[in-house]
Ligand binder design. Structure first.
Ligand code: 13P
Length: 340
C-alpha cells in the first residue's frame, strides 16, 4: 500500500460513522489540574491509573476509533498483571493509538495577547520514534483568541504555517495529522464574530496546507464549532449553532478532507453532544465529510468525577455512556440521550 493510501485509510477509520476520537492527551500540567479537582495527587502512577481506567473501559472500541495520548502515556502500560503498553493494548482492541506532538501554545512575540504553538524543532525525529512505538496519528493544536482587535493576521498566519509544517512532517512519517485550529470560546463575543474568525482561520489553514503539499485526503480536521462565547449575553440556540457551523465548514473546508472531528472546547458535555447531533441530523445529506467528535473534557468530565481516584467501574460506566451518546449523535440519533 502506498504511503498516500495508508494515510487515507487511517484517516477514514478515525472518522467512521458511529465512532470518534477520545482526546486523553492532557499535558502533565493540565492532567494535574484535572486530578487536583478531585483531590487526587498527580504523580506518574496516578496519571497512569487514571489513563488505564479510561483506556481499558470494556466495549470502548464500539464507539471510539482512536485515542490521543500524551508522550508519558504512550510510554506507559496497563496497570493489571499482564502489563501491556497502551499502544499495543489499544491496537489489540482495534483502537488506533495517537500522540499529541505540539509542545504547547506560547505568547507570540510582538503580540502579547496572542499565542503561537511550538514544537517543530526536532519533530521529524520524534515522529519517527512515535511511529515505532505504535502511533498512527498525531495532534497539533493552534489557539486563536478573539478580543479587542485580535486575532491579528500575524497570529492566524503563523499558526496556520506551523500547522502545515507539522502536517507535512507527519505525512512524511506515515502518520495522519489531526489539524486543530481552535478559535477559543473564552470571552463575550457573539456567534457572528466566531463565524468570521473561524472562516479567516480555516481559509488560511487550508491555503497553507495546500502550499505545503499536504494530502488533504490524509488528514482529519479538528475545529471548534461556531458558537457564542461563554460570557456572551446572547447565547445562540442549538439549531443556530448547527446551521452556522455547517455553513462555515461547507464554505471553507475542501471536500477532499475525509472527516471533521470537533473539539468540545469548554462546552458542557450535554451541549457538545446536542450540537453534534443537530448537525448530523439536519445536514447529513449535504455533508461531503463525516462529522464526528474528538472530545477531551466532554468525554472525560463525568468519568473523572465518577472515578474519584479509585472507582474504576463507575468511571468506566460514565465514559462509555458519554461515548455511546456521541456515537448516536454522529447518526443524529442522540436526542433521547441528552438532558439539556
Ligand atoms: P476539549 O474537547 O476538551 O476541547 O479537548 C479536545 C482537545 O484535544 C484539545 O486539544
Amino acid at each position: 500500500m502506498s504511503n498516500f493510501e495508508q494515510l487515507s485509510k487511517i484517516a477514514n477509520q478515525m472518522v467512521l460513522k458511529g465512532k470518534g476520537v477520545l482526546a486523553a492527551d492532557e499535558s502533565t500540567g493540565t492532567c494535574t489540574k484535572r486530578l487536583d479537582s478531585i483531590n487526587v495527587e498527580s504523580t506518574y502512577e496516578s496519571r497512569n491509573e487514571y489513563r488505564d481506567m479510561l483506556l481499558t473501559t470494556p466495549g470502548l472500541e464500539e464507539y471510539i476509533s482512536g485515542v490521543i495520548m500524551y508522550d508519558e502515556t504512550l510510554r506507559q502500560s496497563t496497570t493489571c498483571n499482564d502489563q501491556i503498553s497502551f499502544p499495543k493494548y489499544l491496537e489489540s482492541k482495534g483502537i488506533i493509538p495517537g500522540i499529541k506532538v505540539d509542545t504547547g501554545a506560547k505568547v507570540l512575540s510582538g503580540f502579547e495577547d496572542e499565542k503561537i504553538t511550538e514544537g517543530l524543532d526536532g519533530l521529524r525525529d520524534r515522529l519517527s520514534e512515535y511511529y515505532d512505538i505504535g502511533a498512527r496519528f498525531a495532534k497539533w493544536r493552534a489557539v486563536i483568541t478573539i478580543g479587542n482587535n485580535i486575532p491579528s493576521d500575524a497570529c492566524i498566519l503563523s499558526n496556520a504555517h506551523a500547522l502545515a509544517r507539522y502536517a507535512s512532517l507527519c505525512q512524511e512519517a506515515n502518520i495522519v495529522p489531526i489539524v486543530e485550529p481552535e478559535v477559543l470560546m473564552d470571552g463575550n463575543h457573539s456567534i457572528d464574530a466566531c463565524y468570521e474568525v473561524s472562516k479567516r482561520t480555516l481559509n488560511t489553514v487550508f491555503e497553507q496546507l495546500m502550499m505545503h503539499h499536504v494530502a488533504l485526503e490524509g488528514i482529519v480536521l479538528k475545529p471548534n464549532m461556531i458558537i457564542s462565547a461563554l460570557n456572551c449575553e446572547n447565547q445562540a440556540d442549538i439549531e443556530k449553532v448547527a446551521k452556522m457551523t455547517f455553513d462555515c465548514l461547507l464554505e471553507n473546508v475542501p471536500s477532499e478532507v475525509p472527516g471533521i472531528a470537533f473539539l468540545s472546547g469548554g462546552q458542557s458535555s450535554d451541549l457538545a453532544t446536542a450540537h453534534l447531533n443537530e448537525i448530523n441530523k439536519t445536514y447529513d445529506e449535504k455533508l461531503p465529510w463525516n462529522i464526528t467528535y474528538s472530545y477531551g473534557r466532554a468525554l472525560q468530565a463525568d468519568a473523572l468525577s465518577a472515578w474519584n481516584g479509585s472507582d474504576r467501574a463507575e468511571g468506566q460506566k460514565a465514559l462509555l455512556l458519554r461515548a455511546k451518546n456521541n456515537s448516536l449523535a454522529t447518526f443524529g440519533k442522540a436526542e433521547g440521550a441528552i438532558s439539556i
